[in-house]
Design a protein around this ligand. Structure first.
Ligand SMILES: Cc1cc2nc3c(=O)[nH]c(=O)nc-3n(C[C@H](O)[C@H](O)[C@H](O)COP(=O)(O)O)c2cc1C
Ligand code: SF4
Length: 547
């Protein structure tokens, strides 16, 4: 990340955010980036590079009135052609664009219109939705916990009662609270599973005039709606976790970087901030403790890679959101060059329970290395799609067969943990437990915990092409193995599907190895995992496509 750009953007800070002004300026063709370059003392190439990156500002989406979800779950459900057909009775083809993904994986048929998301049976009410721009979506899904008592899914007792713990915490030494989080052995829920307490401790130890707490609410994994659930139904848990991180890290400012594809989540979290502010839990000198903390909600502009923490920070700074080499880690040099803690929504949401029950009690839930509860979400090919809270270490078969009540049609594999997660053949379900170690040892990945059932009738080769395409479209372009490799991979599979050329297995293996070993981040480095799983477990099905 160019440090000079970071500093220049940082002079104006988040209150006059370059990123937000670029987004408000619209597509680069509108020319606003030129004026912003002058104002922020940057080269035009810098602001053009940023403005031209995002899907929602791109020319391909200019003039679109409705965007149809093309994420993996909607693809597997096979609902989107019918949605398009229906939309075409009201819109011209060039007024209909695509978007990935709206997090409506529990019922699919998802589309975005008038700044709102719709799914499931909503398409049947298209006339009403067009006539009434504020029409509310049906969007309902099962939420259930097998934790006794429920933790992340428990209803909060009311804003003031919920934040009573904050009053108590602000009377305790910050070190003591951080020790409790460390004792909980909470591991980041965004995918990598890094110990949350140690990350905060690293930022706490750095001397700096300013530090930031960032909530990564960019949940771009097609198939995932865990963060969406928390932001919309448990927003105070998320805010509490950020407030506490601010207290023990020594930061007075929190940023929630929330994907624009979740408009309802943006509304919900802003409302929660207002409620907590009115209750005196956010602002200056909270409860007379001398600790001050303020929030800023910043909406993304459609780029999966902005979920990667260094790209997210670059995005917030108004730079082109490319991934950076680490070190330096954000905990020492993050947003505007200042120490920054970036954690996932579910990670922050866990902090209230940890501090109310105590770190050791939390660590007793789950397995010795994967502690606490974990949320899992199921797509609509389950008989009971929804969001389930389970202790880490729960047999996967319990989630699939008892909570999800099995599949509504024959299924051959589960894609777990997002696009970079593994493809688990159904006959392996009985061998896995829902925790980081079990998945890793079996050659899969827990990731963020989303589960997409892939139907028997969906050709595996087409699913793999979809993954390569996703990787290519969402690549930040910084390194060759990902930028070029993903395109070559897609071409190879497409040629085989069209019957133009059989796949040379050695070439494909070389490509996957190059991507895995040579990519700078887990985007290009991670996509080979599901492809290799498919080559291992579905070779028979795909045999005809290989030379
Ligand atoms: C391509 C890519 C996409 C990512 N997307 C997300 C995301 O949407 N949300 C998230 O919390 N972490 C995402 N991550 C992980 C973040 O880089 C980072 O590890 C995480 O936000 C740290 O929070 P945690 O420790 O609480 O998990 C992504 C990583 C990669 C490589
Ligand atoms: S692997 Fe892909 S997304 Fe990651 S840095 Fe390289 S080009 Fe960017």
């Amino acid at each position: 990340m160019p440090k000079n750009v970071s500093r220049l953007s940082g002079r104006k800070g988040l209150d006059n955010s370059l990123f937000q002004r670029l987004v408000a300026g619209g597509p680069p063709e509108a020319g606003v980036h030129r004026q912003l370059a002058r104002e922020y003392l940057l080269g035009e190439a810098v602001t053009y590079g940023a403005a031209s990156f995002y899907d929602l500002l791109s020319e391909k989406n200019a003039g679109k009135k409705v965007l149809v979800c093309d994420g993996s779950a909607c693809l597997c459900a096979g609902t989107q052609d019918a949605v398009r057909d229906r939309l075409q009775s009201h819109f011209k083809p060039d007024e209909i664009g695509t978007i990935t993904c709206l997090g409506r994986c529990h019922e699919n048929s998802a589309f975005y219109m008038h700044g709102r998301n719709y799914s499931g049976a909503d398409i049947e009410s298209l006339d009403e939705i067009i006539a009434e721009p504020n029409a509310v979506s049906g969007d309902s899904y099962v939420v259930e916990s097998i934790c006794e008592p429920p933790i992340l899914t428990a209803e909060i007792p009311g804003v003031e009662a919920f934040y009573a713990l904050l009053r108590d915490c602000l009377n305790r030494p910050a070190e003591e609270l951080l020790e409790s989080v460390k004792a909980s052995k909470l591991r980041g829920r965004g995918g990598a599973g890094f110990p949350a307490g140690y990350k905060s401790e690293a930022a706490r130890k750095v001397e700096a005039d300013k530090k930031y707490i960032i909530c990564n609410a960019d949940e771009g994994d097609p198939g995932a709606y865990i963060d969406r659930y928390l932001l919309e139904h448990q927003p105070h848990r998320v805010l509490f976790g950020m407030l506490l991180a601010g207290y023990y890290v020594g930061s007075d400012e929190g940023v929630i970087y929330l994907r624009a594809e979740y408009p309802e989540s943006i509304t919900a979290i802003k409302k929660a901030i207002e409620e907590a502010t009115a209750a005196g839990c956010i602002g200056d000198d909270i409860f007379g403790s001398g600790f001050s903390f303020h929030f800023k909600v910043i909406a993304g502009a459609g780029a999966y890679i902005c979920g990667e923490e260094t790209a997210l920070i670059a995005s917030l700074e108004g730079q082109r959101p490319e991934v950076s080499v680490r070190p330096p880690y954000p905990t020492t040099e993050g947003l505007f060059g200042k120490p920054t803690v970036v954690n996932n929504v579910e990670t922050f949401a866990s902090v209230h329970s940890i501090l109310s029950m105590g770190g050791e009690a939390y660590a007793a839930i789950g397995t010795s290395e994967s502690t606490g509860p974990k949320l899992a979400c199921l797509n609509n090919l389950f008989n009971r799609p929804g969001l389930y809270e389970v202790p880490m270490g729960t047999p996967l078969s319990v989630i699939v067969n008892e909570l999800g009540q099995g599949f509504s049609q024959p299924v051959k594999a589960l894609h777990i943990g997002g696009p970079l997660g593994g493809l688990v053949p159904v006959d392996k379900i009985g061998e896995l437990t829902f925790d980081f170690e079990s998945f890793q040892e079996a050659g899969f990945l827990l990731g963020h915990g989303s589960i997409i059932a892939i139907p028997e009738c969906f050709p595996m080769i087409e699913y793999l092409e979809h993954l390569f395409e996703f990787c290519a479209v969402e690549s930040c372009g910084k390194c060759f193995p990902c930028r070029i490799g993903s395109v070559r991979g897609q071409e190879m599979l497409r040629a085989a599907i069209d019957g133009r050329e059989k796949i040379n297995r050695e070439l494909l293996d070389d490509l996957l190895e190059t991507m895995e070993l040579g990519s700078l981040c887990a985007h290009g480095g991670g996509i080979p995992l599901p492809i290799k799983n498919a080559l291992q477990y579905f070779s028979e099905e795909m045999r005809e496509h290989f030379a």
